[in-house]
Write a protein that binds this ligand. Structure first.
Ligand SMILES: Nc1nc2c(ncn2[C@@H]2O[C@H](COP(=O)(O)OP(=O)(O)OP(=O)(O)O)[C@@H](O)[C@H]2O)c(=O)[nH]1
Length: 716
């Protein structure tokens, strides 16, 4: 074999051996590299470090998941992008330096608006010619470390400089730490409170909610070191440990006294007139709406007064605006003083005022109030040396007749106020003139009635009560009559309502009782009449006064035998105030005074009351007697009352008998007694005495005639 061939064969064998050994070596290396890679990846992933490989132009050619996550983009979006899309070139000058060793630096990557602080380890890769052929970057986010540090610094700054007081308590509710604002607000230094339990911790409801929900927030009243109380807005949170138990509590609070004061001031400004400090128009409407709701619910009346000063402009013009202001203040105070504290007095603007009177007792009372207001204004006002005199025109609107809502009532009061101005000022007018006339009349009645007793204008009249069968006069009903100097004679029914509304019924009623007893005494002395005298008594009389005592006194003073006095009460009185009324009546009955139920109409009074009260009799209401005997309903009711009266053992007296037919019907049905125009109308004492005399004579004549007739019949 030629030498060349041998050399070639040897070279080939060597080449194969070399190739085989290279392949084996390469396979081993590859295996090691891949195992090393796994280790590296494990370390990197768990260390939260990302790996990027850049090419020579600093474009990303490889990137792992952690780095993708760090840059918040997908791998596809990041591959081939230049690193300088995320870092300013100046930040990594060493990237292109082939001599650069492994280097570590902190820098901030920017991705859109996001800034990512990172620690970067980088290594330039050299090719076989030792030229830079790209680089590896190992990135680790510093955001968390930085956040925690910043957070702590920020929290410390907040704690130190917060305007709110901060208190940190341990799990037992004892103070561990307070901030400077705590001391500023409470006055207590840190040393004075550490280890102590704050006041709020002792409020059961706060503690309970904090335990249940981990949080409580609200307003409490706390006390400063100086002893001053102040409103505090407090927010409490529990801080839980890993075992779920509250390890500490954090309280954050602020002093809201100034806030509340300015809130109150704002509210006051919005609702009160700055000059007079009276409620303004806004508050008046709110209060009127509320008052109307109450009135509607309770079926009460309500009066709205509109008041406008007369001649106020002259004060302004002559004494100046400041004097006008002072006058308004003084008049406002007078108006306020005139009414009760629960009545609303408001300034509507200018020289106009308005008032709300809830549940006025009567129309008469409203008129009185208007007069009082007018009188309060109608006096000179001292304006620092000068004197001024204004008057007031008042308009009155009443719920419900003049309107159901605030707007219409205020408008009605305004209209009425203008009517007062038209009528010459310094007066008042109702919106409803019909009612005004009635109120005026009632007021005249009331004023007159107050003096009627002193002026001896009251008189008793007598309505005879007869036994139907025998025609005997058993008694009389005494009725009050008033001789009014201008209005003439007024019967009790006409002034009864005013007397009840004003309470005058009590004194008039007492007068009637005394007068009746005096009359019984006089008749007894003179031997003119020995029957009973009935007097009507109002519920108010029995409710208000020591009724029994006053009747007893009248009987004792006159020496009248109690059995001759009969008290008439109506059913309503019995139903209204049972316990006291029944007790008083029972005492009188035990004394021997007769009790009769007036105006009895079946179905109203409880029969049980009547039975327990053991009344002497009941009066059948004249409205049932009226249609007898033709009216079938009235006839049936009258029969029922009579039957009931009999079964309870009561006397029965029919009222308002006018015809013989009525008398016959009642007698046939068993009603023994009657009163009414068939026999006599109510007549004064003298007339009654004459009537009685005439009747006795007539009865005696009739008896004599009867006797004569029977004697004649017996003669042969
Ligand atoms: N000083 C003062 N004057 C006011 C105020 N508000 C309104 N005025 C004046 O009060 C006057 C009210 O006018 P009028 O009610 O017409 O005056 P008046 O003289 O009372 O007229 P009559 O009601 O018809 O009697 C006007 O001149 C307003 O300028 C105020 O707050 N202070």
């Amino acid at each position: 074999m030629p030498i060349v061939q041998i050399i070639l064969a040897i070279a080939l064998v060597l080449a194969v051996i070399l190739a085989l050994s290279f392949i084996a070596k390469a396979q081993r290396a590859a295996k090691r590299v891949s195992e090393d890679g796994k280790v590296i990846r494990f370390v990197l992933t768990n260390n939260q470090s990302g790996l990027i490989r850049l090419d020579r132009e600093h474009r990303i050619v490889e990137i792992d998941d952690v780095a993708c996550e760090l840059l918040d983009q997908s791998r596809d979006a990041l591959l081939k992008r230049s690193l300088f899309a995320f870092i300013g070139r100046e930040q990594l000058p060493a990237l292109g330096d082939r001599n650069a060793a492994v280097a570590t630096t902190n820098l901030t990557l920017t991705n859109g608006n996001r800034h990512i602080p990172c620690q970067v380890i980088y290594q330039v890769i050299l090719d076989q010619y030792q030229q830079p052929d790209g680089s590896y970057l190992l990135l680790k986010s510093l955001a968390e470390q930085l956040d925690q540090g910043t957070y702590l610094r920020q929290a410390a700054a907040v704690f130190a400089h917060a305007a709110e007081g901060i208190v940190i308590l341990n799990g037992n509710g004892r103070v561990e730490l307070v901030n400077p604002a705590f001391t500023t607000i409470t006055g207590f230094t840190k040393d004075e409170v550490i280890g102590r339990t704050p006041q709020f911790f002792r409020y059961g409801h706060i503690w309970a909610e904090l335990l249940a929900t981990g949080h409580w927030q609200g307003e409490i009243v706390n006390t400063r070191k100086s002893g001053e109380s102040y409103p505090q807005w407090l927010s409490l949170s529990a801080v839980y440990g890993a075992d779920g138990t509250a390890q500490s509590y954090i309280g954050l609070f602020s002093d809201v006294s100034r806030l509340k004061k300015s809130e109150d001031e704002l509210k006051h400004m919005a609702h009160y007139d700055a000059l007079t400090d009276l409620p303004n128009r806004t508050l008046l409407s709110i209060q009127l709406n509320m008052a109307l709701e109450r009135a509607a619910r309770r079926s009460n009346k309500l009066a709205v007064f509109g008041v406008d000063l007369d001649g106020f402009k002259t004060v302004n013009d002559s004494l100046g605006h400041p004097a006008g202001d002072l006058l308004l203040q003084k008049i406002a105070a007078r108006l306020r003083m005139t009414l009760r504290s629960e009545d609303v007095v408001a300034r509507m603007g200018g020289d106009e005022f308005a008032m709300i009177i809830e549940n006025p007792p009567s129309a008469v009372h409203i008129g009185h109030l208007a007069e009082k207001l007018i009188a309060a204004v109608d006096k000179p006002v001292d304006l620092q040396g000068s004197k001024a005199h204004v008057t007031a025109s008042v308009g009155i609107a009443i719920y419900p007749q003049d309107g159901h809502d605030a707007t219409s009532l205020l408008k009605a009061a305004d209209t009425a106020m203008y009517a007062s101005k038209q009528a010459g000022k310094n007066t008042y007018r109702y919106h409803d003139e019909e009612m005004a006339r009635a109120a005026d009349q009632r007021m005249a009645l009331e004023q007159g009635l107050r003096q009627a007793q002193e002026l001896h204008q009251l008189e008793l009249c007598y309505l005879p009560q007869l036994d139907i069968q025998s025609g005997r006069v058993l008694g009389v009903e005494a009725l009050v009559r008033w001789h009014h100097p201008e209005l003439g004679t007024i019967d009790a029914v006409e002034f009864a309502t005013v007397a009840e509304e004003t309470g005058l019924i009590v004194s008039v009623g007492e007068w009637a009782l005394r007068a009746a007893c005096g009359q019984i005494q006089a008749w007894t002395r003179e031997g003119l009449f020995s029957g009973s005298v009935s007097v009507k008594v109002a519920g108010l009389q029995i409710e208000r006064n020591d009724f029994y005592a006053s009747v007893n006194r009248a009987l004792e003073e006159t020496g009248v035998e109690p059995g001759r006095l009969v008290i008439e009460v109506n059913e309503h009185t019995l139903l209204r105030n049972t316990a006291h009324v029944l007790a008083e009546l029972d005492r009188l009955r035990n004394l021997g005074v007769g009790i009769v139920i007036d105006d009895f109409s079946i179905g109203h009074a409880s029969l049980a009351y009547l039975k327990n009260l053991r009344v002497r009799g009941i009066k059948i209401h004249q409205r049932f007697v009226l249609g007898l005997p033709a009216d079938k309903n009235n006839a049936a009711i009258t029969r029922a009352i009579i039957a009931m009266g009999h079964s309870l053992g009561f006397d029965l007296i029919a009222e308002g008998i006018e015809t013989k037919e009525q008398e016959i019907f009642l007698e046939e049905e068993g009603c023994a007694q009657a009163q009414g125009r068939l026999y006599s109308k109510p007549i004064p004492r003298g007339e009654f005495e004459s009537w009685l005399q005439a009747r006795l004579t007539a009865v005696a004549d009739a008896r004599n005639a009867l006797a004569d007739a029977s004697n004649g019949a017996r003669q042969p």
